[in-house]
Design a protein. Structure first.
Length: 328
């Protein structure tokens, strides 16, 4: 039986189109029991439409293309797109669960542990300790204490988890690239509130800046709501990237991976390395992927010009925010 999950991702004109199409096609081809789950691609904010080719591919792949309008003072922060898309899904999807999927994911097998059990509300992976805290004395502890206070939590309300990559015992902190939650828990709206609150009070991490604000917000929201949780194994969110490959790549981990969070590995510079790793660990996936070549921006020239203008405008907003930000 198809698991009762509606998957959600965001799409905008430009590189995200290519990434989303490749992610969905890998799900349909290699996702096993999850291959036929409903899939929503949400265009979250002002910008050029996705191309005609993308819309045709959405039809072929059974992707429901939806829109939502972001109206907030933090238009520069792209990751709020995620929370707004999830609010739409939690309100309107017909399934028992909603699952978020970042665009830079590759399904390499059936992710059999994705669905929360009868006594669980959310399943997510503490894949690494990029910005987490091991407790008092950790360089990130002051930020987490202030972040918790900003959203009405005591830091001691955060349970402890162990990261998959380093084996660190840290306060609750998930990678938000892949997670599944029960509809009706209110997680999407609380995730949005916590993320927005950290931005509203101009709070940033002295270690990671504001890049992970939305990711921090997910863990804070789950703790505030007291959700029953289960940690997904590393095989369900195995991260690769040019910046971490030399230190953290493990062939045996990629071999067992069902969802690969590849970050920049499918762009031209790192494509040969990534493809070589897949040929060794997932030859069937590599054989399917290789003829498609590295990712590229296939948006029409006119759309790219509009996106460039919007990107510059949003960059100015980000610069203003960072100038006023308090880094703890």
């Amino acid at each position: 039986m198809t698991p009762p999950i509606t998957f959600v991702t965001c799409v905008e004109s430009g590189p995200l189109e290519s990434q989303v199409l490749r992610m969905v096609e890998s799900l349909r081809r290699f996702g096993g029991a999850y291959a036929d789950c409903p899939m929503w691609a949400v265009k979250p904010r002002l910008g050029p439409p996705v191309s005609r080719h993308t819309r045709k591919e959405f039809e072929r792949l059974g992707v429901e293309y939806r829109h939502t309008n972001r109206t907030d003072p933090h238009g520069w922060y792209a990751y709020i797109n995620k929370t707004r898309a999830l609010i739409l899904a939690e309100e309107q999807a017909a399934s028992e669960f909603v699952g978020w999927l970042d665009a830079d994911l590759l399904f390499a097998g059936e992710p059999s542990e994705l669905t929360p059990g009868p006594t669980e509300d959310v399943a997510a992976c503490s894949s690494d300790n990029s910005g987490g805290t091991t407790g008092p004395g950790d360089k990130c502890e002051p930020f987490w204490r202030e972040a918790c206070a900003a959203v009405g939590l005591d830091v001691e309300q955060l349970p402890w988890v162990t990261t998959e990559r380093e084996g660190d015992r840290i306060r609750l902190y998930w990678n938000s690239g892949v997670f599944v939650f029960r509809r009706g828990t209110g997680l999407a709206a609380e995730h949005d509130r916590c993320t927005t609150r950290l931005l509203d009070v101009n709070l940033g991490s002295a270690v990671t800046g504001v890049f992970f604000t939305e990711q921090f917000g997910l863990s804070l929201a789950a703790a505030k709501l007291g959700l029953r949780r289960r940690q997904l194994p590393h095989s369900h969110n195995y991260e690769m990237g040019s910046a971490i490959h030399e230190q953290w790549y493990r062939e045996e981990k990629l071999r067992s991976a069902r969802i690969v969070h590849y970050h920049d590995c499918m762009w031209p510079a790192y494509w040969p390395t990534f493809l070589g790793c897949l040929h060794t660990t997932h030859p069937n996936v590599a054989t399917w992927l290789e003829p498609r070549g590295p990712l590229k921006n296939e948006a029409p020239i006119a759309y790219r010009a509009v996106t460039k203008v919007l990107r510059k405008r949003r960059a100015r907003g980000e610069e203003r925010f960072k100038a006023a930000c308090r880094y703890v």
